[in-house]
Write a protein that binds this ligand. Sequence first.
Ligand SMILES: [Mg+2]
Length: 244
Amino acid sequence: MISVVLFDLDDTLFAHRRAVEDGVVAHLRSTGLVDPEADFAAEAARWSALEEHHYTRYLHGDLDYLGQRRARATDFLRPYGVEFESDAAAEEWFETYLREYRAAWQLHDDALPVLRSLSRFRLGIITNGVTHFQQPKLDALGIAPFFEHVITSGDFGAVKPHPSIFLHACEVFGVQPTQAAYVGDRLATDAIGAAEAGLLGVWLNRDAAVTDLENEKVATHGIRVISTLAALPACLADAEEPLL
Ligand SMILES: [Mg+2]
C-alpha cells in the first residue's frame, strides 16, 4: 500500500527549463551584447545545454557550486568575445541572470491540481540541488505546505540516482520503500533510481516520445510512465491493484 508520494522538483512540478530559458533571454537582451533580431531560442537552448553539462559536473563532484555557475557564464559569453576579469565578475553576471530566472518562476499547469488531489498521501520532495536554492521556489510558488519533508542532495550528501537518497527519504518518512512512489521527469535519474531503491518509480515523460531503449528500461525496472501529472492519481491507484 503506497502511503508516501515523493516528487522531483525541477521540470516535474516546477517549470524550470522554461524559467531558465526566459531568464537568460531577458538577461541577454538587457546586456546589449546581442542583436535584437538574434536567434534567442537558439541561445536559450545553448544556455540550457551548458546548465546540463556543468551542473552534472557539479553533481559528480568535478566542480563546486559556484564553480559550475562561473563555468556556465564563461562558456556562454565566449562566442561574444567576452571574458570575465575575475571569478567575482562571472558570479555577478550569474546573479543578474538569476534575478530574471526568478522573475520567470512558475509551476507546470498540472502541478497544483495534482498536489490538491493527493490529500490521502503524505508528500515529499527529493531534489538534486541545494536547500537555499530549492526551498525558495517551493515558498514563492506557494506549494511548500503540501510537503512534509524536502530532501536535497546538497544536505544529504549523495545525488539521485544513488539509492541512498531514496532510502533516506523513506527513513525520514518512517516507511518501507515499497510504501513510497517517486515521480520525476528523468527516466534514469528519477524513475530507475527510485525503482532500484525499491520504490515505485513513476516517469513523467511530458514529451510522450519514448525510444526502444527507454521502453526496454521501463519494462525491466517496472516503471510506470505518465505524460501529465493529471494521470498520477490513476497511476497510483492502478499500482495498488493486487495482481490477479
Ligand atoms: Mg527534474
